[in-house]
Unconditional design. Structure first.
Length: 280
């Protein structure tokens, strides 16, 4: 098979001055912290076990787990009423995650504080926890375990439908082969490159489908999908009319837009201390 390689690949991405996205219509409305509707003190008094778990979450936040680590607080030993109390206290934040058919994660209103649910094949709850860290490791494991180390080979390619996809795939293969913990993220901005529908279908076939889907509503609507290749992610931004305005493939451990920063953990520690202070 012979493919004419267009001008894409390493070095094809625009320099900072050429890559200014100011002309693009960005999503409107940024989410901000809002205090969850916490129960009255007399209600909280009947949920001492839940408050102990929240105290443990506060200590975990103050410890500020380093990137790539997390602290888990098991909630399975709580009854349903106390778990519901924990959920009410934490609220629902900007990031929601589905990892296959068994794992779900929801960031709370406190960035870096995640509620994790894992069910078995029979639908029974087998894990229920608070996980504190930049990103839930239980979810990341699902993406890593389901991913292949390299791009998939294709038996046949309709060359007439392709513009830049083969060179983009070559760039991805190089970056994936060189990826290691601590490697800076590498993004290929498909929005700024001439790509055909055939290109997108080709890249989708080479990457395959992953197990993890992330929705981040912190700034407009960002949808992140793991691929069938370890450390390769689709990151897509949509405007308020659900029109795709930014389409990228990122080579990274997990895209930054889905992660809580250290400053977020510090701020969440202050917020949770403020919330729990109502009951002290």
């Amino acid at each position: 098979m012979s493919i004419t390689r267009p001008l894409a690949g390493p070095g094809s991405q625009p320099d900072d001055e050429d890559g200014d996205l100011a002309f693009m219509e960005l999503p409107k409305g940024m989410a901000t912290f809002s205090m969850p509707q916490i129960p009255e003190p007399e209600v909280a008094a009947a949920h001492a076990a839940a408050l102990e778990k929240l105290d443990a979450a506060l200590e975990a936040l103050r410890a500020a787990p380093a990137p790539g680590t997390s602290i888990t607080i098991d909630l399975l030993d709580l009854d349903a009423d106390n778990r519901a109390f924990v959920d009410q206290m934490l609220g629902e934040g900007e990031v929601s995650i589905v990892a296959g058919s068994h794992v779900q994660a929801q960031e709370s209103v406190l960035a870096g504080v995640w509620r994790i649910h894992v069910v078995g094949s029979d639908g029974a709850l087998i894990a229920d926890a608070i996980e504190v860290g930049e990103f839930p490791l239980s979810v990341l494991a699902a993406a890593q375990d389901a991913g292949a180390p390299t791009l998939r080979a294709l038996d046949a390619v309709a060359e007439d439908d392709l513009m830049n996809a083969p060179s983009i795939a070559a760039e991805l293969a190089d970056k994936l082969a060189a990826f290691a913990p601590g490697t800076p993220p590498h993004a290929i901005n498909l929005t700024l490159l001439p790509v055909s529908d055939g290109d997108l279908a080709y890249l989708d076939a080479r990457l395959g489908q992953g197990a993890v889907t992330i929705l981040s509503r912190g700034y407009g609507n960002c949808r992140i999908s793991s691929t069938g290749v370890r450390n390769a992610w689709w990151v897509r931004y949509f405007n308020s009319r659900e029109i795709l305005i930014l389409n990228t493939i990122e080579v990274c451990r997990v895209p930054d837009v889905a992660c809580a920063a250290r400053e977020d953990l510090e701020d969440s520690a202050e917020r949770l201390a403020e919330i729990l202070g109502v009951y002290r």
